[in-house]
Design a protein around this ligand. Structure first.
Ligand SMILES: [Fe+2]
Length: 159
């Protein structure tokens, strides 16, 4: 008996969604790494509040990585797992520890917006392919990234 997949989605439908989820995973991994690095290297009179905010945010993204990767597995494909694979797939630029605190927070705010755009594109594909589980996951990721972007924006004095 072969272990074939019969979940109501065709291989082509599953592959289309996996391609998009792989980009979301790569962006999320890059944002996780950058947020954790800025948690370590941020400096200034507001150090403790920035350090704490960034910890909350990197922990949230870290937990999501597993959900996104395991969704790719449930769709029958391998999750990307190498630095080189993530580097090829992500649109997030590396952080710089020399940056001052406002530059770090502004970069992270824009990076959350980048992940939001990647999630929205992925959600549209998942919706087209009838993959409600991925639509649900991506809706949750959008909510989390919009909330993190708001917190960074407000910390910077914006609305
Ligand atoms: Fe820490």
């Amino acid at each position: 008996m072969t272990a074939t997949i019969d979940t109501g989605l065709t291989k082509a439908e599953r592959n289309d969604v996996v391609q998009e989820l792989s980009k979301v995973l790569a962006d999320s991994f890059a944002l996780y790494l950058k947020t954790h690095g800025y948690h370590w290297n941020v400096r200034g009179p507001e150090f403790f509040s920035y350090h704490t905010l960034l910890e909350e945010q990197y922990r949230e993204v870290w937990a999501a990585l597993d959900d996104i990767a395991e969704r790719i597995r449930a769709l029958g494909e391998f999750a990307p797992q190498a630095h080189s694979a993530f580097a090829n797939l992500t649109s997030i630029k590396d952080g710089d520890p020399e940056n001052d605190a406002p530059t770090m927070l502004k970069e992270l705010m824009k990076d959350h917006e980048t992940v939001i755009a990647t999630c929205r594109a992925a959600l549209a594909v998942a919706d087209d392919e009838g993959d409600d589980v991925s639509v649900d996951l991506l809706t949750q990721r959008l909510a989390a990234h919009e909330k993190s972007a708001w917190m960074l924006r407000s910390t910077l004095g914006g609305r």
